[in-house]
Write a protein that binds this ligand. Structure first.
Ligand SMILES: Nc1ncnc2c1ncn2[C@@H]1O[C@H](COP(=O)(O)OP(=O)(O)O)[C@@H](O)[C@H]1O
Ligand SMILES: [Mg+2]
Length: 516
């Protein structure tokens, strides 16, 4: 006899941890740090707080494969009664809304807890002080895997003894610091690039690295928005109708009140196009009607584009500052494209290009990928931006490989089309591809101007060297012919050389058109 039963979400991820990025001890350590840091950043910058993030990795002196991770932030904290579910129930969180954030699934930190629990048996420790609350709390907890509920081992609350807000999380897992070290350092560095306003400190068994913020300017935090009519399916529609306070409203009212960019007129136009009576009460909609409505909403061409107030792009200036912070290049240009959308989800592509400085020369451009201000380190080969960068013929932008060239891509959206829940690669969505290509080409043209100017300066320098080599002889000969003093002639010649050089750089900076 077969025996049947259900599988709890916690049980599923316990068994299939690799789908969330916890495949082995090295990857698990990297992923744990990533999930904690990203929660910390969401809890600060999305609420207008300049982030101060502390990350510590300690190795157990007795067992080198046992690692303790501590991440502390100055974020908004967590309401004390929410702590158990937030850390102990898979698919529980505050980010299931239409707004750009790093977290999406309400899964990340629970994966870290699960992994710690199954490899070392130790509970997670959380200390949190919510903003504007007089109390703070401490928890030790684990996950009851088969029931997907938190199991609190100890909890303590007390009055804040100083005025602070934020969260500290500590957990011990089986992890390989040695194997994960490089990735983790790279991850923190890239995080520092995409958050120039954040102060981040990483304390490892060997080093204590500090990235002090380079600006106090925060990007405008995103607002919470409504669904775009193209972004819903039947189930979302049903759920929206279920959660309506009153079922007595008309279809027309329902559309106008609950969707992004749908005014009275657009709603009427759509309903007549789709063959629905605008006065029909939503409570009278049958299952077939809903199906029809969802299909037509996706197909209708007349909707306004979703507005981007739910997004929080970095802006070209902050992006440039971030690139300078980490790559110290000789040249950098950045662009923040106007908003666009795919399937009802707004998105913005930002890109920067950097040349020289600390960028190691490579046979193809170094690609730094970011999505909603998260660095993406794995699976670059299948990412849409690698495809775009590789499709460009760089010689038309005067790049000769090996070249110290880096391309930085940042995509922000309320729904990043990730290829997996580990959030490492972005799928090929034609609308995104198009924006990426435009962005990269736009900044590459600036690079081209820079490189041709560089070329001309080098040419001028080369001439100068030759000229100087013969200057004394020429002055001597001229002095012999004209009987003007050699020193005087040398001074004149020197002036001439300087004049010519000055002309080159002046013209280049002015309009970039050539002159020799
Ligand atoms: N450091 C933190 N500060 C404030 N809130 C946090 C922090 N870490 C986690 N949270 C809360 O816990 C929830 C669950 O986190 P997580 O499991 O990582 O899922 P997600 O980030 O996808 O929402 C978050 O939505 C957030 O509300
Ligand atoms: Mg998270």
């Amino acid at each position: 006899m077969e025996r049947f039963r259900g599988l709890s979400p916690a049980e599923f991820f316990h068994r299939n941890r690799e789908v969330a990025g916890f495949a082995n001890p090295a990857r698990a350590l990297y992923q744990t740090i990533r999930e904690l840091v990203e929660n910390s950043l969401d809890a600060t910058e999305n609420h207008g707080i300049l982030p101060v993030i502390y990350v510590e990795v300690q190795q157990d002196p007795e067992n080198e494969n046992r690692v303790t991770v501590i991440v502390a932030d100055n974020g908004i904290g967590i309401p004390l009664h929410e702590v158990p579910n937030v850390f102990g129930r898979v698919f529980y969180g505050s980010k299931y809304v239409i707004r750009q954030s790093r977290g999406v699934f309400g899964l990340g930190v629970k994966m870290a807890v699960l992994y710690a629990q199954m490899t070392t048996g130790k509970p997670i420790y959380v200390r949190t002080a919510p903003l504007n609350s007089p109390v703070e709390g401490e928890y030790y907890l684990q996950i009851d895997i088969s029931r997907n509920i938190p199991h609190v081992l100890r909890a303590r609350f007390r009055r804040k003894d100083r005025d602070w807000h934020g969260t500290v999380v500590k957990l011990t897992l089986e992890g390989s610091w040695l194997l994960a070290k490089k990735r983790i350092l790279e991850y923190i560095k890239r995080t520092a690039l995409i958050t120039p306003y954040a102060s981040i400190r990483l304390k490892t068994p060997e080093e204590d690295i500090k990235f002090k913020r380079v600006t106090r300017k925060l990007p405008e935090p995103p607002s919470t928005g409504l669904y775009h009519p193209r972004g819903v399916d039947i189930e979302v529609l049903k759920e929206m109708l279920r959660s309506l306070n009153s079922n007595d409203i008309t279809l027309h009212e329902f559309l106008v009140k609950n969707f992004e960019g749908v005014g009275e007129k657009i709603a009427l136009d759509f309903l007549s196009w789709a063959g629905f009576d605008p006065g029909k009460k939503v409570k009278d909609l049958k299952s077939e009607d809903l199906e029809q409505l969802a299909t037509k909403m996706k197909a209708y061409e007349g909707w306004r584009r979703p507005r981007p107030y739910t997004l929080s792009p970095l802006g070209s200036q902050l992006l440039e500052e971030g690139v300078k912070r980490i790559l110290s290049p000789e040249f950098v240009a950045a662009v923040s494209r106007p908003p666009s959308s795919y399937g009802g989800h707004p998105f913005i592509v930002e890109a920067a290009i950097a040349y020289g400085g600390e960028i190691p020369p490579g046979d193809s451009p170094l690609l730094l990928r970011f999505a909603n201000r998260m660095p993406l380190l794995y699976d670059e080969g299948v990412d849409v931006s690698r495809k775009i960068v590789d499709s460009i013929d760089w010689s038309i932008y005067k790049v000769k490989f090996p070249a110290p060239l880096a391309v930085v891509i940042h995509i922000c959206s309320t729904k990043i089309p990730f290829k997996g829940v580990g959030k490492e690669a972005i799928a090929d969505v034609p609308e995104i591809e198009r924006e990426l290509e435009i962005a990269v080409r736009e900044i590459s043209r600036e690079l081209r101007l820079y490189l041709s100017r560089l070329e001309r300066l080098q040419e001028a320098r080369r001439k100068e060297v030759i000229f100087r080599k013969y200057m004394k002889e020429v002055a001597g000969a001229l002095s012999y012919i004209t009987s003007i003093r050699e020193e005087e002639l040398l001074l004149k010649l020197e002036e001439l050389v300087r004049g010519e050089l000055g002309k080159v750089s002046f013209v280049e900076e002015g309009n970039g058109s050539g002159s020799e």
